[in-house]
Write a new protein. Structure first.
Length: 280
C-alpha cells in the first residue's frame, strides 16, 4: 500500500483523543482497581469485516503506559468474523481499562471503512476505486489508510493537492473553459488539472482548454457515451456522484479510469469489537 503511515506521527491526534476521554484521570478505574494490579486480555471481533487499525491500538497503550504489551494476531486487511481474536493485551490493569474505549472506537471505525471499500472493490473487480475528501474532520489520514487496506486508492489529500474544479468554481469562475485556462496559466503545464463536467459541450470545453482529467457527474447515458468517445486516449475520465453498493455494478461496466465515492468514508458502518480483560 502507498502512503504508509508513520504510526508515531499519529500520536498528537491520539493524545487528544485520550485527553477527550479522560484516560489519564479515569475516576472509576482509579477508585476500584489497585495501582499494583495487572491484567491480560484479548481483542475480539463481534462482527464480520476487514480488519484495519490494530497498530493504533498498540500505539494507544504505549502512550498510556509503556509497560503495556499488545500482540497483534491478525494482519491488516484480513477478513475477521464474530468471536475471532485479533490481538492480545497484557500490562497494568488500570492502563488496559483506560485505553479501552478509544482503542475500540478507532478500530471499529477504520475496519468499517476498510470493509465497505472491500465490498465496492469486489464488485468493480478493478483497482480504479478512489475515495474523496468526504472524511471525518481530523480523521482523514486514518480513513484514507483504511481505504487502502480495503483495496481502494486515495484521491488528493486536501485542497493543496492537484487542481480540482467543481460546480461552485465553475459558477463563480465563468465556466469550464475559463477556469481550466486560468488554472493552467497560473500553474503551468506540469500541474494536474481536473474539472467537473455534466454534459458533452462541457467535455469539449475541457478538452480544448487542456484539462488532464474530467470528472463526469450527472451526465445522461447518451452524453456519457459521447464524452467517452470524444476523449478516448486524450484525457482521463472519472465518474462520481451517488455511487453506492446498490448501483456500482451498473457503473462498473463503464470504460473510465476512475470511480470515486464519498460513501467509502461518510457512509461506512462500523465493525464492532470488544476487549475482554482478566486478572493476572
Amino acid at each position: 500500500m502507498s502512503e504508509k503511515i508513520n504510526w508515531k506521527s499519529i500520536r498528537p491526534f491520539l493524545k487528544q483523543a485520550l485527553l477527550e476521554d479522560g484516560a489519564w484521570n479515569d475516576r472509576t478505574t482509579q477508585s476500584v482497581i489497585p495501582a499494583s494490579a495487572r491484567a491480560f486480555g484479548e481483542v475480539l471481533a463481534k462482527g464480520e469485516g476487514v480488519l484495519a487499525g490494530l497498530p493504533l491500538v498498540a500505539e494507544i497503550y504505549k502512550m498510556i503506559d509503556k509497560r503495556c504489551r499488545v500482540k497483534i494476531l491478525r494482519q491488516e486487511g484480513s477478513v475477521v468474523r464474530r468471536g475471532m481474536k485479533v490481538a492480545l493485551l497484557e500490562g497494568p490493569a488500570r492502563a488496559l481499562l483506560s485505553g479501552e474505549r478509544v482503542s475500540l472506537n478507532l478500530l471499529s471505525r477504520l475496519s468499517g471503512v476498510a470493509s465497505l471499500t472491500r465490498q465496492f472493490r469486489n464488485i468493480l473487480k478493478s483497482p480504479r476505486l478512489y475515495d474523496t475528501r468526504k472524511t471525518t474532520p481530523l480523521l482523514r489520514v486514518l480513513e484514507r489508510y483504511a481505504v487502502r487496506v480495503g483495496g481502494g486508492q486515495n484521491h488528493r489529500l486536501n485542497l493543496e493537492g492537484h487542481v480540482l474544479i467543481k460546480d461552485n468554481h465553475l459558477r463563480l469562475g465563468g465556466g469550464v473553459y475559463a477556469t481550466v485556462t486560468a488554472a493552467r496559466k497560473k500553474y503551468g503545464k506540469k500541474e494536474f488539472i481536473e474539472v467537473e463536467v455534466e454534459n458533452f459541450d462541457e467535455a469539449v470545453s475541457a478538452l480544448k482548454a487542456g484539462a488532464d482529467i474530467i470528472l463526469v457527474d450527472n451526465a445522461s447515458p447518451k452524453d456519457f457515451d459521447r464524452i467517452l468517445n470524444l476523449v478516448k486516449g486524450k484525457m482521463q475520465v472519472e465518474t462520481s456522484g451517488g455511487l453506492t453498493l446498490k448501483n456500482i455494478r451498473h457503473y462498473s461496466k463503464l470504460k473510465v479510469d476512475r470511480f470515486s465515492s464519498g460513501a467509502l468514508t461518510h457512509s461506512a458502518p462500523s465493525i464492532d469489537f470488544s476487549i475482554e480483560l482478566y486478572p493476572r
